[in-house]
Design a protein around this ligand. Structure first.
Ligand code: SAH
Length: 217
């Protein structure tokens, strides 16, 4: 059982960070009110899990601050029937949110230890609608494409072509794009052979490393 303190901290997170920051989708607010974010952070950081900041998850990677997670999820416009691709499993926190809001999730992580840890916690919490893969997510998941929504939680120098081509007609792709220091959070919408990109905010993410991302470490 989790303590009342965590529930209170989550309620404050939803009100003071998400709603105050412009997250309106009631489904997104509802799941972020219940998912135990403190179970996804590193040991010893649990009491910081609901603060307005990113946190380390090991292997030099971070879990984004709650408001960014809420904004990105809201931009996917999920109704519950979708097939979703996530690049950058990391801690699995964003994966849990997607698993609550859509039908089936395909998630790719390039660092094996993070993927395995995320798999363990997600199973323990009862999320069985998630497929995991350890690989370069900039190439997407061609065997199971197309996807109604794609979310990338690491920043690339440009939008990977493979991901754009793996969107359904009407599909949405959310991805931070820019330099390694600062990026814009972009939402790409596909209409048949036309892709429209809108920037919704400034952000700062860890690097998307891969064939259609940054090279090396
Ligand atoms: N969404 C995560 C945050 C992950 S941080 C969470 O909720 O915890 C970004 C993650 O993207 C890191 O774990 C990093 O290893 C991963 N990553 C970077 N480039 C990648 C690539 N090309 N394919 C798959 N994962 C990648």
């Amino acid at each position: 059982m989790e303590t009342l303190d965590y529930r209170v901290a989550r309620k404050r997170m939803v009100e003071e960070q998400l709603i105050a920051g412009g997250v309106r989708d009631p489904r997104v607010l509802k799941v972020m009110q219940v998912i135990p974010r403190h179970r996804f952070v590193e040991k010893g950081l649990e009491d910081q899990a609901y603060l307005d900041r990113p946190l380390t998850i090991g292997s030099g990677q971070t879990i984004s601050q709650p408001l960014i997670v809420g904004m990105m999820t809201q931009a996917l416009e999920l109704k519950g029937t979708e097939k979703v691709l996530e690049i950058g499993t990391g801690s699995g926190y964003q994966t849990a949110i997607l698993a609550e809001l859509a039908k089936k999730i395909y998630t790719i992580e390039r660092i094996p230890s993070l993927s395995l840890k995320a798999r363990k916690i997600l199973y323990r919490l009862g999320y069985y609608n998630v497929e995991f893969k350890i690989s370069d997510g900039t190439l997407g998941w061609p065997e199971d494409a197309p996807f109604d929504a794609i979310i990338v939680t690491a920043a690339g120098p440009e939008i990977p072509h493979a991901l754009k081509s793996q969107l359904t007609t009407g599909g949405r792709l959310v991805i931070p794009v820019g330099s390694s220091e600062s990026q814009k959070l972009c939402v790409v919408k596909r209409e048949k052979d036309k892709w429209t990109t809108t920037a919704i905010s400034e952000c700062r993410f860890v690097k998307l490393i891969g064939k259609e991302g940054w090279s090396g470490e």
